[in-house]
Design a protein around this ligand. Structure first.
Ligand SMILES: [Ca+2]
Ligand SMILES: [Ca+2]
Length: 620
């Protein structure tokens, strides 16, 4: 009818009588009780125009100011004199003036504006308690008691009543809700340890909606916790205009246990979310708190069909269609009903083990000429799977998971790797289909022949998650309580007699030449015997101190009871009288005895004296 009247209106062409329009509104709409206006209510005026006013302000703006009327200006397209238009807006002008390219831009903007107006609407003046309470707007029963939603109570803050027999109802209210929250729009009752619970939807709380959980104390109902559309917005990082006025909590339904923990679960509808397409949220029941604070699943209408509107207008979830032992949830949308089938929920536990029980030290060698990689252990990953739900018949309960294994997880550079030819392959990513009670996989782990640290154990860490891609054979959902990580520490072989693990190096050496003949290019030879009588010795070396007239040219093993290699550095730090020779890195094993021959060259430029001194030190 309003559109018809507007269509009949004659266009005034080039004139923009904005001030006259305001004057008309003040006289005929605001404060006009016959037109439905509430003189006490706070008022807002929205001016949408594509031109600046062509008439002048007589006193309309002043009258608006006096009556505290909030004024929003929406300028459409090119406006020649915007200054004139700005004068019409109320303070703070910067947030009350909007400019859009064309009238299409109104769609998103009006939502934003509606929020602002909600904010001031009813903020003062009127005070209705039960006059408009709409008691019985929603209802739920629990044995002999009836819970009635009364959305209009307390200036549309809304509350509920518990009615038993003919007694006057006991109030159930959340004092933290604002006016116009519409609490009691939807209601669900439940019990926990024989204590009565009420979930109540307040779809207009803070414009995005809220569900409050009430618990019955001895003679009183108390609001325990709530979940709000505002919270969800943060969790999902949605655009404000998307979730605002989603009417979260407009519908509520207790659904039969979905995840097999024997606790009832809760579905919450937000039928205006996503630009009126709608969504529902599943909250799993929780023994301690009634429900878990974070939803386990959000099902958006857009993920089902682009055509759906107002998905979540009604929800029911107690039946099992097809008798497969799995609950089905019926969800109403504009002109249609959808049946959502639930899937089996499975718990997975994973265990890591390895063989042999330690990394043998026999093959490590940092001093040999060839560098190669060899297998150190076989790592075994075993998944065990149990279904939490009780699915029957032809339901396939497989699950596709993606797993990632990490070698030497606490170190920046890994000592171990999974592909023999690739030293950097410290992590292994794979996808596996778990379709029986146990599924085990073996992975060979390699190390390079030279590993400096063969003392600290190697940590392997595994984590897995349900794959995004689920083939037909896997239909299950991973229980969100399943632990999705595992780790294991693999030790190196230890050759210690006692706990403290101390090596006992004994060093001896003798000169092969009885005298040193100072002739250029002549040699002076020593034999060095090193015996480890204690536990394994790591990073062992022999340091030689000698006169600067000598230079070490050869240092090699000539006798051994276990293969022993050595490698000598250049003269240490430029010092002319000292060389460090590494012995059998990384480990000089217990009970090893080796004899080395050192050959020095003699320089005749050195100022030799009658005697010569040499000192050798074994260190670890
Ligand atoms: Ca449950
Ligand atoms: Ca079913």
């Amino acid at each position: 009818m309003a559109k018809k009247k507007l269509d009949e209106e004659k266009h005034m062409k080039s004139l923009t009588n904005t001030h006259k329009a305001i004057d008309f509104t003040l006289k005929n709409l605001f404060n006009n009780v016959e037109s439905g206006a509430d003189p006490e209510a706070t008022k807002a005026l929205v001016i949408i125009t594509d031109g600046s006013p062509s008439d002048i302000n007589t006193n309309e703006i002043q009258r608006c100011e006096k009556l505290n009327i909030a004024r929003f200006i929406i300028g459409v397209g090119k406006i020649d004199n915007f200054e004139k238009l700005n004068k019409l807006a109320s303070e703070p002008k910067e947030s009350n003036i909007f400019r859009i390219e064309n009238y299409d831009g109104l769609n998103g903007l009006l939502d934003k504006l509606q929020n602002k107006i909600y904010g001031i609407e009813g903020a003062q003046g009127r005070n209705y308690r039960e006059e408009l309470s709409q008691s019985g707007f929603s209802a739920a029963s629990d044995k002999d008691t009836l819970i009635l939603g009364a959305v209009g109570s307390d200036n549309w803050r809304g509350m509920l009543y518990e009615v038993t027999g003919s007694e006057a109802g006991m109030e159930i209210k959340d004092v933290n809700l604002n006016n116009d929250s519409y609490n009691g729009y939807s209601v669900v009752v439940g019990r926990r340890d024989r204590v009565s619970l009420v979930f109540s939807g307040a779809p207009r709380s803070n414009h995005s909606g809220q569900v409050t959980l009430f618990k019955k104390m001895t003679h009183k109902w108390e609001a325990m916790s709530n979940i709000s559309g505002e919270q969800l917005k943060l969790e999902k990082e949605l655009e404000i205009c998307e979730s605002a006025q989603g009417r979260f909590g407009m519908t509520l339904a207790a659904v039969a246990d979905l995840n097999g923990d024997q606790l009832q679960d809760l579905a919450v509808g937000a039928p205006l979310e996503d630009n009126q397409k709608g969504a529902i949220y599943i909250y799993l029941g929780n023994h301690e708190h009634g429900i878990r604070p974070k939803y386990s699943q959000r099902i958006a209408a857009s993920s089902i069909s682009k055509q759906l509107q107002h998905f979540g207008l009604a929800i029911d979830g107690v039946m099992d269609m097809g008798q497969d032992g799995l609950t089905d949830i019926a969800v109403g949308a504009q002109g249609t009903v959808l049946l959502l089938k639930t899937r089996p929920v499975v718990s997975i536990s994973v265990k890591l083990s390895f063989s042999p029980s330690e990394i043998s030290l026999n093959k490590f060698d940092c001093l040999g000429s060839s560098e190669n990689a060899f297998a150190i252990i076989t790592l075994n990953t075993c998944f065990s799977m149990t279904e939490n739900t009780n699915s029957k018949g032809a339901v396939k309960s497989g699950l596709n998971v993606s797993l990632e294994l990490n070698a030497d997880a606490v170190r920046q550079d890994s000592r171990a790797f999974f592909i023999k030819e690739e030293k950097t392959s410290r992590s292994l990513v794979m996808s596996v289909l778990l379709d029986s009670e146990f599924s085990c996989y073996n992975h060979t782990v390699y190390m390079h022949s030279c590993v400096k640290d063969t003392v600290s154990s190697v940590l392997f860490r595994l984590n897995f998650h349900q794959s995004d891609h689920q083939p037909n054979s896997s239909n299950s959902i991973l229980n969100i309580d399943s632990k999705t990580t595992a780790h294991v520490e693999v030790p190196f072989q230890i050759n210690c007699k006692n706990r403290s693990c101390v090596s006992d190096l004994q060093l001896d050496f003798n000169f092969l030449n009885s005298t040193l003949l100072v002739v250029d290019q002549a040699s002076f030879i020593i034999h060095v015997t090193l015996l480890n009588k204690g536990d394994d010795s790591f990073n062992t070396s022999v340091v030689l101190f000698y006169p600067p007239g000598l230079s070490l040219s050869i240092f090699k093993t000539i006798e051994w009871n276990r293969r022993t290699l050595s490698s000598c550095g250049d003269r240490d730090d430029g010092a002319l009288n000292k060389t460090t020779c590494s012995i059998s890195l990384p480990v000089y094993r217990r009970d090893t005895r080796a004899v080395f021959e050192g050959v020095f060259r003699i320089s005749h430029y050195y100022n030799w004296t009658d005697s010569m001194q040499m000192t050798l030190v074994a260190s670890r």
